[in-house]
Ligand binder design. Structure first.
Ligand code: ADP
Ligand code: MG
Ligand code: MG
Length: 911
């Protein structure tokens, strides 16, 4: 990067001052100053007591890496000016042997980032300045305690004196331990060490550094400072930081800032201390001062856990004045930042200093309560309240919960992907049939499988929760879990599932069918035995009609949030549902229709699969029609049930889509069974299965290709839809079917299916003497369909983007096979995020945009929706808002998330 100059020709500003006098930065400058630096500057601006200091910008970090780890030539001068300003404000001098200034060196990226360099305190101490500090304060114990801490921190963090693989303890701690035992013959509290002890520790620490690092501990304060600054920048590229950035999608270009700040001392005695606090409770949202502190301690001690801190409310009893000041600061922070703050403070001889503030991380529960309370307190408006609830965390509110006390005591025996949030316990069963039987016996069931497949569906429905040893976020188990709101942990690879023996081995123990396990689908953990659970109040109120749940604050707040979402939203939210039950749930959650009804799911239930198989095995049109005739009443009943549940809302019904072989039995055992049932030979079944075998079923005989080859299938489905519509319409309800033809790439494909649908519609209307209103449209899910959307739109009344298949076909990447290479792709940052979870806006998104433009170019009023898994993903929803879709469709239990995300997308658009 070339050296930047401002328009006036002045040199780039690398160093931003903060303090009582002039403060250069402010809270909005996080990209340049990092989160910590911006927060310190903002606190200075509102006159909170902050020790003075300066921030070296993130641009210097970028420069450092672009220039072989060197600094801009004028950085030194600007840092010296910064130090001079601190000296002026404190009356102390860096390296001075009468009144030495000590500083802390603190890293600070935009957001706090584990893996970055630890803070160094008390920098500027050496054998001379320590004496000066002792004399000046009249407190040698304090001075040597500071020095001891400094050599230890600097040795560890900057000079790399750390635990070796063959060591059990940190080397500095080993030295302390040895000294305590030499002099006191036991472990004593660090605060009990005398000045002489501390002095000796410094000597031994330095010897340790010399031995391990091969050089003297730096005595010059300036060298110490430059060493620490270099270590902060260096830590931006350490492995831990890189891994963290990758995980959270933080670009390495952001860089970190460095903060250099005058020390204040929490370790001068019993009138001093250090602590961390939240302006409100971040776990449950209560409006109470929340936090902890330690008397006579420096900041690191509070988190390090050497001593147990006290709750912040106790501070009243130790230092009433300081507590009152902290209360005042708490109010000031909230009034100014208008959000809950997480802050760090130090008390030096009863004077409070602020060392950090930032928006506090919070649970979904707390976020909801904060947003409602702060709206009522007129700190924020309703739109801000909506934005304050993270959409991707909303699930937490819906999840059943483990009794907090019990879960705290339990030890996890395996971990996997948290695929379906919530808590579930049950007696384990390893196949669907036995799971269903157990559930019929009123047992609480946990279905445990290596992986699940559509055949396990009944078992999954019967189970409280689903646990698999293999499979990722887009595995069958995870998908079903989301659709049904089931608690699910998948890919818990420590499980050894033995179908033969009907046992699960894990953590050295063997669990038999009928034994209890518990899973936490929010954290991805597996526990032994039975932990107690309860429905969330929101589910209890909305779905189970529990009146007392409706009176809870959580329920009311949730409903208020959802109402605001409706006020803010442009897009509507539909649901992916295949049964009346799912439909009812989704509507209770606020869905305004079905965006995707997958008709084939209905064919797996009960005896239907037999009729379906008979249809597939049929060798003549007549035989096929006969089998289809058996399916018709089932399908008609299903649709009627769904139309009733919809109560006037529209339903997009997709015609048969998957490759036929998915419905056929594959083991010879199962084939023999079926042969017996249908009265045909097992050989014939085997032959047909072979015949239907495809090398790439995803790109094979599926989608509208089925209906084109076998129009009688589409005909039956159309008949089922229209007859059901006629029945329900006669009952006095409005019915709005929208028939959707899948996998269309050519206009002609759609036209052929349209002919069938319209003909059947005419027939049914004549037979039933009713007038039905319906639409026929298509899924856009192959690139050719998107690219020729202008042609297809001439025939289609609506498009629904099938982004699952559009991603597969657009990327040429099979979702079910991507597990073997996609994780590595993510590591290499070839893909920033899993494209099957969050839409690939630059690639697949372009196909969507093209289709939107071409489609609307032909038909201005063309209705556009999305029904892939992405319809429930907040960042994808943001994109769909931008391209102007009319609705998104999400699985029933994702509907609230989608409503919130859609509202936030609309709100952030007009901001
Ligand atoms: P982290 O990013 O890990 O929170 P910080 O830079 O905030 O690291 O430093 C950790 C702790 O060190 C702070 O909470 C604070 O208590 C203490 N600390 C940092 N700078 C100073 C300072 N100038 N004076 C006193 N204590 C400090
Ligand atoms: Mg901190
Ligand atoms: Mg599809």
């Amino acid at each position: 990067m070339a050296k930047k100059t401002t328009s006036s020709g002045k040199k780039t500003k690398h160093v931003y001052l903060f303090g009582k006098g002039k403060t250069d930065g402010n809270g909005s400058m996080k990209p340049l100053l990092g989160g910590k630096g911006a927060g310190l500057a903002e606190m200075c601006r509102i006159r909170l007591p902050v020790p003075p200091g300066f921030t070296i910008t993130t641009e210097v970090c970028t420069y450092y890496y672009d220039h072989k780890r060197t600094y801009p030539s004028d950085l030194k001068a600007q840092m010296q000016a910064g130090l001079a300003s601190i000296e002026m404000q404190t009356g102390k001098k860096f390296g001075d042997v009468r009144n030495p200034l000590l500083v802390s060196v603190r890293s600070g990226a935009r957001d706090s980032m584990p893996g970055m360099m630890d803070t160094i305190l008390n920098l500027g101490l050496n054998d001379q300045t320590v004496e000066a500090l002792a004399k000046k304060t009249g407190n040698p114990r304090f001075a040597w305690d500071c020095y001891r801490r400094f050599v230890q921190m600097y040795g560890d963090v900057v000079l790399g004196v750390q635990k070796r693989p063959d060591e059990d303890h940190e080397p500095f701690e080993t030295v302390i331990h040895a000294l305590k035992h030499e002099r006191y013959h036991k472990d004593i509290d660090d605060t009990k060490l005398t000045p002489a002890d501390l002095k000796e520790l410094v000597v031994r620490f330095k010897a340790l550094v010399k031995d391990r690092a091969g050089k003297e501990f730096p005595g010059s304060p300036w060298d110490q400072l430059m060493g620490a600054v270099g270590a902060v920048f260096g830590s931006w590229m350490n492995d831990r930081a890189i891994v963290y950035r990758r995980k959270y999608n933080i670009p390495s270009e952001w860089g970190t800032a460095v903060n250099v700040q005058a020390m204040v001392y929490g370790n001068t005695g019993d009138r001093s201390g250090s602590g961390v606090a939240f302006t409100r409770n971040p776990a449950n949202g209560a409006k109470e001062f929340y936090g902890e502190f330690l008397i006579n301690a420096q900041g690191e001690d509070v988190v390090a856990g050497v001593r147990t801190p006290e709750p912040v409310a106790q501070l009243k009893n130790h230092m009433a004045k300081a507590y009152a000041e902290l209360e005042r600061i708490r109010q000031t922070l909230e009034k100014h930042f208008k959000d809950v703050q997480d802050f760090e403070f130090t008390i030096e001889d009863e004077t409070v200093y602020m060392l950090q503030t930032r928006n506090g991380k919070r649970t979904a529960m707390a976020a909801l309560k904060f947003s409602m309370d702060m709206f009522r307190e007129k700190l924020i408006d309703w739109k801000t309240a909506v934005m304050r609830n993270p959409a991707d965390q909303l699930d937490q509110l819906l999840a059943p919960v483990f009794d907090a006390a019990e879960a705290g005591k339990a030890k996890a025996i395996a971990t996997g992907l948290p695929a379906g949030p919530g808590a579930a316990s049950g007696q384990i069963y390893l196949n669907a049939e036995r799971a269903v039987a157990a559930a019929d016996r009123k047992e609480q069931v946990l279905l445990v499988r290596v992986e699940t497949s559509p055949e396990d569906l009944r078992g999954m429905i019967a189970a409280e929760g689903i646990l698999t040893a293999r499979g990722g976020v887009s595995s069958h188990a995870a998908l079903v879990a989301r659709q049904m709101g089931k608690v699910c942990v998948c890919g818990a690879s420590a499980l050894e599932v033995d179908y033969q023996a009907r046992t699960v081995r894990v953590d050295g123990k063997t669990y038999k069918e009928g034994d209890w396990l518990s899973i936490d689908g929010t954290a991805g953990k597996v526990f032994p035995g039975r932990l107690k659970t309860a429905s969330s109040e929101i589910i209890a109120g909305l779905i189970e009609g529990d009146e007392s749940a409706k009176k809870t604050e959580k329920f009311k707040s949730f409903q208020q949030l959802m109402k605001w979402c409706d006020d803010a939203t442009r897009m509507s939210v539909r649901t992916n549902a295949d049964t009346p039950e799912q439909t009812k749930n989704a509507i209770a959650f606020g869905a305004v229709g079905i965006g995707l009804c997958r008709t084939e799911h209905m064919f797996f239930e009960g005896d239907r699969i037999d009729a379906m198989r008979e249809m597939i095995l049929a060798e003549t049109v007549e035989a096929r029609k006969a089998a289809l005739a058996k399916l018709l009443p089932y399908q008609r009943d299903d649709f009627a049930g769904i139309f009733r549940a919809l109560n006037g809302y529209p339903a997009t019904i997709r015609f048969l889509d998957p490759p036929l072989h998915e419905f056929l039995p594959h083991t010879s055992e199962q084939q023999k069974d079926l042969a017996k049932k249908l009265g045909i030979s097992a050989e014939r079944i085997h032959a047909r299965v072979e015949q239907l075998h495809e090398f790439n079923p995803m790109l094979g005989f599926r989608g509208c290709r089925l209906g084109i080859d076998f129009p009688e299938i589409s005909e039956m489905q159309a008949r089922a839809v229209f007859e059901a519509a006629a029945i329900v319409q006669k009952e006095g309800l409005k019915v709005r079917p929208e028939i959707m033809i899948p996998l269309v790439g050519f206009k002609k494909e759609l036209d052929l299916q349209l002919e069938v649908v319209h003909r059947v519609a005419r027939e049914v209307q004549a037979e039933q003497k009713v007038k039905l209103s319906y639409m026929v449209g298509t899924m856009i899910e192959v690139p050719r369909g998107a690219l020729t959307a202008d042609e297809i739109a001439q025939s289609a009344e609506f498009f629904s983007f099938g982004t699952n298949d559009l991603t597969q076909t657009g990327l040429g990447m099979s979702r079910d096979d991507s597990g073997s290479f996609l994780p590595h792709y993510a590591e290499l940052e070839i893909v920033k995020r899993n494209p099957f979870a969050t839409i690939d806006t630059t690639g697949v998104g372009q196909l969507v945009e093209i289709a939107v433009k071409k489609g609307r170019g032909v038909k201005k009023e063309l209705k556009l929706g999305i029904c892939g898994e992405h319809g429930g993903d907040p960042s994808s929803i943001q994109f769909f808002e931008q391209v102007g879709l009319d609705y998104v469709s999400a699985s029933p239990f994702r509907v609230p998330v989608a409503r919130l995300a859609a509202a936030q997308a609309a709100l952030s658009k007009d901001r």
